[in-house]
Design a protein around this ligand. Structure first.
Ligand code: FAD
Length: 219
């Protein structure tokens, strides 16, 4: 039987704090929602606005400037915020199961959890690949990469090691990200008085050109 709130309203559950749900919550906050209980479940409490992610990587913005505070946004929309990961959905019983063991009922369910690349499918990729997604945990991976670059830059001697970064994907995100990484790491090398030429950046794409959906001038 479909669950409903104690006052007879509908239980609307949003799973994931991705772009679409951020906009939904903002719109509900501006208009107010009657007769429903709104719940946001997200594994991350702070989610980056990906349009600003390259600017963060380049060092133009700090963490707070590019991250949306999901509990605060939920409160603006009069929604409950639950920090948890949804692990299963029972469509017949209309329940979501969370990693913590918690179970929540829903009348309307919306899923916006982004994508997770399968780096385990490529041999030894786990040791070398830094996936941008899931976006909620990208910051930890990026900071670890900056630290690694600093350690390499700090090595002196007659034949110091170089660092090669390859970004896979010639679309807007890949191009922006590569330029941002190059800009930031070149600055890190220069700050440590290391030759920025020891940093090499490559963009890998299966197309003949980068930015295939953009105008020739942009390319
Ligand atoms: C570098 C870069 C730049 C980009 N720039 C732009 C741009 O300028 N404009 C544009 O339109 N697009 C841009 N994009 C694309 C944009 O990021 C994606 O289209 C967008 O992030 C997709 O949002 P999403 O909601 O699917 O998921 P995501 O943004 O990946 O968010 C998923 C959320 O769900 C949560 N979650 C995941 N699994 C669970 C679970 N099981 N239970 C609960 N919560 C969960 C996560 O913690 C996360 O908060 C860019 C992408 C990148 C990588």
């Amino acid at each position: 039987m479909p669950a409903s709130t104690s006052d007879g309203g509908r239980d609307i559950v949003l799973v994931g704090g991705g772009h679409s749900h951020i906009i939904v919550l903002r719109e509900i906050g501006l208009r107010a929602l009657a007769g429903a209980r709104l719940t946001l479940i997200s594994s991350a409490a702070r989610t980056p606005y990906s349009g600003m992610l390259p600017g963060y990587v380049a060092g133009h913005y700090d963490f707070d400037q590019v991250h949306v505070d999901l509990p605060r946004l939920a409160s603006f929309a009069a929604a409950r915020f639950i920090a948890d990961e949804v692990t299963a959905i029972d469509r017949a019983a209309r329940l979501v199961q969370c990693r913590s063991g918690r179970t929540l009922p829903w009348d309307l369910l919306s899923i916006d959890v982004g994508s997770t690349p399968r780096v385990d499918l490529a041999a030894s990729a786990a040791a070398h690949v830094v996936p941008v997604k899931p976006i909620g945990s990208f910051n930890q991976r990026w900071l670890a990469l900056v630290e690694r670059a600093r350690r390499i830059a700090a090595i002196g001697g007659a034949a110091p090691p170089s660092l090669t970064i390859a970004v896979v994907g010639g679309g807007a995100a890949g191009v922006e990200l590569l330029l941002a990484i190059q800009y930031r790491l070149q600055h890190e090398f220069a700050r440590l008085r290391a030759d920025p030429a020891r940093l090499r950046c490559h963009l890998l794409t299966r197309d003949d050109d980068i930015l295939p959906t953009h105008a020739p001038r942009v390319r």
